[in-house]
Design a protein around this ligand. Structure first.
Ligand SMILES: NC(=O)c1ccc[n+]([C@@H]2O[C@H](COP(=O)([O-])OP(=O)(O)OC[C@H]3O[C@@H](n4cnc5c(N)ncnc54)[C@H](O)[C@@H]3O)[C@@H](O)[C@H]2O)c1
Length: 285
C-alpha cells in the first residue's frame, strides 16, 4: 500500500471543494480537477471563504489556513493530476455512466498502487471497481455536506475491496479529522437509503398541500430535533443530486416506494437546483 501524500480530487463542485479543503488542512498535497477554469475559480473562492470563516470563528489559526491554501493546485489537466496522486477521489455528478468513464480514466492513468475512491451517494462501488483492473483498490469514500463541518465519512466497501485498502482509507478519514462508518455496497448505502426517502416524502407532503414548506421544515426541526428541515436540506444537497439518488434507489430496489416525487422531477427540469444556483424550495442570494 502506498503512503498517501498526494490526493487528487476530480470534480470541484459542492463536495469536491470541501474534500480538497479538509485534505489540504490535514497536510496532504491536493490537486483539484474540473472541466472548466471558471468552475475551478469558483471552487477556489469557496475554499478561501470557508477557511477564512474558520479563522474568524477561531476554529483554526491563520497559519493553518495559509499553509492549506498553498497545498491546493487547481487544474483542468486531469491525466497529469491523476498520474501524480497516491489517492484519487472522484466527486463528479451523480451519473453512473460518467462515473464509470472517469473510473476507467483513473485506472488507466494512475500509479499502479494508487487507490481509487468515489464520493458517490448511491451508485454501486462494485460496478465502479469492475470498470478497473485494480478492483481491490477501489472504495467508496462518502463525505457529507458541508464537508469541513460534518464529522462522518461513510466508507463503502465494494465486493472486491481488499481489507488493506479499507484499513488505509479508514486511517486516512481519521487523519482528516473525520469519523468513519462502514457500509456494504447497496443502493444508497446506509445514509441515503434512510435519508433520501424522508426528503422525498417531505416533497410529496408539500405537493399534496398537507403543509407549507415552512411548516414541514419546522415540524422536522423542532418536533424531531433535526438540525434543519428536509426541504432546506434538499436545497443544500442539490435537487439534481436528490433526484439522481432517488433514481438509483428506485432502479436498484425496483420498489414504488422509492419513486421520485413528481415535484422533485419538475423542479430539476426547470433548473431549480437549490442553494448552488440560488433557487430551490427557498430562494438564496
Ligand atoms: N451535494 C451533496 O450534498 C452530496 C453529499 C454527499 C455526496 N455527494 C456526491 O458527491 C458527488 C458530487 O456531487 P456535488 O454535489 O459536488 O455535485 P456538483 O454538481 O456540485 O459538482 C460536480 C462537479 O463535477 C464536475 N465534473 C463533471 N464532469 C467532470 C469531468 N469529466 N471531469 C472533471 N470534473 C467533472 C462538474 O463540472 C462539477 O463542478 C456526487 O456523486 C454526489 O452524489 C453529494
Amino acid at each position: 500500500m502506498p503512503e498517501i501524500k498526494k490526493i487528487t480530487v476530480i470534480g470541484a463542485g459542492t463536495m469536491g471543494n470541501g474534500i480538497a479543503h479538509v485534505a489540504a488542512q490535514a497536510g496532504f498535497d491536493v490537486q483539484l480537477v474540473d472541466v472548466k477554469q471558471e468552475y475551478l475559480d469558483r471552487a477556489k473562492g469557496t475554499i478561501e471563504k470557508n477557511m477564512t470563516r474558520q479563522v474568524e470563528k477561531r476554529n483554526i489559526p491563520e497559519y493553518r489556513m495559509t499553509d492549506a491554501l498553498k497545498r491546493i493546485v487547481y487544474t483542468t489537466d486531469m491525466v497529469k493530476a491523476i498520474s501524480e496522486a497516491d489517492l484519487i477521489v472522484e466527486a463528479v455528478n451523480e451519473d453512473p455512466d460518467l462515473k464509470f468513464k472517469i473510473f476507467k480514466e483513473m485506472d488507466k492513468n494512475a500509479k499502479k498502487d494508487a487507490i481509487l475512491a468515489s464520493n458517490t451517494s448511491s451508485i454501486s462501488v462494485t460496478k465502479m471497481a469492475e470498470a478497473t483492473k485494480r478492483p481491490d483498490r477501489v472504495i467508496g469514500m462518502h463525505f457529507m455536506n458541508p464537508v469541513p463541518m460534518m464529522q462522518l465519512v461513510e466508507i463503502v466497501t465494494a465486493q472486491q475491496t481488499s481489507d488493506e485498502t479499507c484499513k488505509v482509507i479508514e486511517q486516512l478519514a481519521r487523519k482528516m479529522g473525520k469519523t468513519p462508518a462502514m457500509s456494504k455496497d447497496s443502493p444508497g448505502f446506509i445514509s441515503n437509503r434512510i435519508l433520501m426517502p424522508m426528503i422525498n416524502e417531505a416533497i410529496l407532503t408539500l405537493s399534496e398541500g398537507v403543509g407549507t414548506k415552512e411548516a414541514i421544515d419546522t415540524v422536522m426541526k423542532l418536533g424531531m430535533g433535526h438540525p434543519m428541515g428536509p426541504l432546506t436540506l434538499a436545497d443544500l444537497i442539490g435537487l439534481d443530486v436528490c433526484l439522481s439518488i432517488m433514481n438509483v434507489l428506485f432502479e436498484g430496489f425496483k420498489n414504488e416506494k422509492y419513486k421520485p416525487a413528481p415535484l422533485l422531477v419538475q423542479m430539476v427540469k426547470e433548473g431549480r437546483l437549490g442553494r448552488k444556483n440560488g433557487k430551490g424550495f427557498y430562494d438564496y442570494k
